[in-house]
Design a protein around this ligand. Structure first.
Ligand code: 2HG
Ligand code: ZN
Length: 445
């Protein structure tokens, strides 16, 4: 009965729980939190369970608090461009509601049919539209959330200009369920861009992909999305989804670019490509979404192909470091882990690469993760671009945050959740104040 709540999508994170609680509204969420706090029981909030870092899995027997039933869209404002909805509403439903009002929702990601608004806020999810609209935090105007004593925090203004003290919605965004349980969200909607154009360009190097992207940005077109893929990744997706090659010529790297602009956007894109000379080996410019299938098929194809649960590390480097980071990564994996297959892809304009390691001996997961993260740090990058820290990256926080930074985070957490009830084993925490020891207890590891 509880199986789908205690295992993540990749099969890498498996937990146990004594109970999955599915409250119907904010009041019931508050009641559950009060009971758990009194009993000293840890609670793992869960949305669509599409996270990739083990952040919503009860790895220490915690109670699972599913927000799936908080699934109503209460308002879409076609003039003020906002949507108000429960935490359990999926991204796909928010997108459809926005479309009905002639608008768009600023977050898009392949897991849109399962990922929920509460989940994307709690993890500050990224996705393919960050280049245009920013991350989930940038879409968030207001929030309703239950804190660890059961009280309800509501910050709910339909406008951006509201400079009264700390911006708590921003603090909760990306807190991975450790500061409060998100129950409702108020988010921005956007005006759809005119004339969308999609292209796939086969390029010889990562450097040429970046130069081409720069040329598109300077051409007067607006880049809506820019995704980097490799020949190896495309082959995997083609096999899994039975697709023909996207281009006539095989190329080492591929750049999927979605742009918008005036009525002659297609001509502008064509001219930019023609002016790009040696940066491009082969390209196709299309209407429709067919080309997105090659990109969106990556995660599922990798999962299906790897003989062990894939090790998924989503990282960022400065754009200037991206090419040398990938070169170092490729060399180190080939020499130290010759049996491991490396597939990377990602949101290239943000410097965000999804490093996927296939066929990793589970005994060596920690070792290979450390090797990749040390390289990321050496290239001045971030160990978590968009998926969060969860369980999978907790041991490497020091590579990304200073001691003072971590202590400030702990102090904030301790002041809001002194008994350490909320997702107790995620992110660093100070010692809980007098917590009792029960299933899913609040002892930090
Ligand atoms: C994406 O961009 C997601 O598709 C998943 O962030 C990335 O599977 C991955 O590694
Ligand atoms: Zn991503």
């Amino acid at each position: 009965m509880t199986a789908r709540y205690v295992t993540d999508w990749t099969g890498r994170w498996n937990g146990t729980t004594t109970a999955v609680v599915r409250p119907a509204d904010t009041e019931q969420v508050s009641h559950v939190i009060r009971v758990c706090r009194r009993a000293g029981i840890g609670v793992v909030p869960q949305g669509g369970n599409t996270g990739l870092v083990g952040g919503s899995i009860p790895l220490h027997g915690e109670i699972v608090l599913s927000l799936a039933r908080l699934d109503s869209i209460t308002a879409v404002d076609p003039i003020g461009h906002t949507i108000a909805a429960g935490a359990g509403v999926t991204v796909a439903r928010a997108q459809a509601a926005a479309r009905e009002a002639g608008l768009i929702f600023g977050v898009d990601l392949a897991s849109r049919d399962s990922a929920t608004l509460g989940g994307i806020v709690a993890t500050n999810a990224g996705g393919v539209r960050v280049i245009k609209y920013g991350d989930t935090r940038a879409q968030l105007l207001g929030i309703e959330a239950v804190i660890s004593d059961g009280s309800v925090l509501t910050r709910w203004k339909t406008f951006t200009k509201d400079n009264v003290g700390y911006h708590l919605p921003s603090l909760l965004a990306g807190s991975e369920g450790t500061l409060a349980v998100v129950t409702r969200v108020l988010m921005k909607l956007r005006v759809p861009p005119p004339h969308i154009q999609l292209a796939m360009a086969g390029v010889p190097t990562i450097g040429s992909a970046l130069e081409l992207l720069d040329a598109l940005r300077r051409s007067g077109l607006t880049v809506e999305a820019a995704e980097l893929m490799t020949d190896a990744g495309i082959r995997l997706v083609r096999r899994h989804r039975n697709l023909r090659p996207p281009l006539v010529t095989d190329t080492p790297f591929l750049l999927l670019a979605e742009v918008s602009g005036p009525a002659d956007a297609e001509t502008m894109m064509l001219e930019t490509f023609e002016g790009a000379g040696d940066l491009i080996i082969d390209a196709t410019i299309e209407h429709g979404s067919r080309l997105w299938g090659y990109r969106e098929g990556h995660t599922e194809s990798i999962n299906a192909s790897s003989t062990t649960p894939p090790v998924k590390l989503d990282i960022t480097t400065p754009l200037a470091e991206l090419e040398s980071f990938v070169a170092d990564l490729t060399r180190v994996i080939a020499s130290e882990f010759p049996d491991v297959r490396l597939i990377f892809f990602g949101h290239v304009a943000d410097g965000n690469v999804h490093v996927n390691l296939l066929d990793v001996d589970p005994e060596r997961t920690r070792e290979i993760t450390g090797v990749v993260f040390e390289l990321v740090a050496a290239h001045d990058g971030s160990i978590s671009a968009e998926h969060g820290i969860g369980r999978s990256k907790a041991a490497w926080m020091h590579l990304a945050r200073s001691t003072v930074d971590v202590e400030v985070m702990k102090a904030i957490r301790h002041s809001i959740d002194p008994s350490l009830i909320l997702n107790p084993h995620i992110l660093p925490a100070a010692r809980p104040a007098g917590a009792s020891r029960v299933a899913g207890d609040a002892t930090p590891r």
